[in-house]
Design a protein around this ligand. Structure first.
Ligand SMILES: [Zn+2]
Ligand SMILES: [Zn+2]
Length: 256
């Protein structure tokens, strides 16, 4: 099992326990977390892999860096840590109401940040981890403007049945990331049935989106097991067969 999207940086984790998994891709929400991810990935080489990125509604605690400075900082981090940095993100557009620790970022600024990170992903030939809330159609337009040069995952996919085809049209290296809410949202089950098996990867988004039977508690990467179990049930395959397919997809996308 591979958890392809978790936040384990200092902000979320008092004590880091080595997860009982094949591996975890650490998503970043700001420059600080990107640095933390690289440190963790170096410490747990071959188990943890880092993404560096800036979430559309997250900033660094101090919030002193300009957009250009933030992007340059990510660029430098990738450049000097190529063996552990496996993706750019999470980045994208989010037009939903801001949460407590988030910042309302103007739409135009979100787009500049997103485009800057897509450019970095192309420059470094890395996949991009896309965060989208109420913005799927805008996201498609932006990604399509780069032709077929991009690859990545629409993480925590919420586009429903009707946008599956649109994700596939982005290119042969675009994937759907599905989370623990699959264990309690029957509508999402119907969506997963229609996603091609070779385009699905699984994630926890720890510490959020905890699956059944631990819903309400803090999420952990190892709970991705419950998402694998649910997919196995939907596909009518054994756990081992399902794991082989899903992990193959994750390894291909992230080159891990
Ligand atoms: Zn996200
Ligand atoms: Zn996330």
């Amino acid at each position: 099992m591979i958890d392809t999207h978790a936040h384990l940086s200092k902000r979320f984790c008092d004590v880091f326990e080595k997860p009982d998994l094949r591996g975890v891709v650490l998503a970043a929400s700001n420059v600080e977390e990107s640095k933390d991810n690289i440190e963790l990935a170096k410490e747990y080489k071959g188990v943890l892999w880092a993404a560096v990125g800036i979430h559309p509604q997250q900033t660094d605690p101090e919030n002193k860096l300009s957009i250009d400075e933030q992007l340059n900082s990510l660029d430098a981090m990738v450049e000097s840590n190529k063996s552990v940095v496996k993706a750019i993100g999470e980045c994208g557009l989010d037009y939903s109401p801001v949460l407590d620790d988030e910042r309302e970022r103007p739409k135009k600024e979100q787009e500049i940040l997103f485009r800057g990170q897509i450019a970095l992903s192309i420059k470094h030939k890395l996949p991009v981890i896309v965060h989208s809330r109420k913005t799927m159609d805008e996201i498609f337009e932006i990604i399509k403007s780069y032709g077929k040069r991009t690859k990545g995952v629409i993480h925590c996919y919420t586009g429903g049945k009707k946008r599956i085809e649109k994700v596939l049209e982005l290119g042969p290296e675009w994937y759907f990331g599905i989370d623990g809410n699959l264990t309690y949202e029957s509508g999402l089950e119907e969506v997963v049935k229609l996603i091609p098996k070779d385009r699905l990867i699984l994630e926890t988004d720890s510490p959020f989106l905890t699956p059944v039977p631990f819903r309400g508690e803090k999420n952990k990467p190892e709970y991705v097991k419950y998402v694998y179990e649910k997919v196995a049930e939907i596909w009518g395959l054994s756990f081992e067969e399902t794991e082989k397919i899903i992990d193959g997809n994750a390894k291909r996308l992230f080159s891990i």
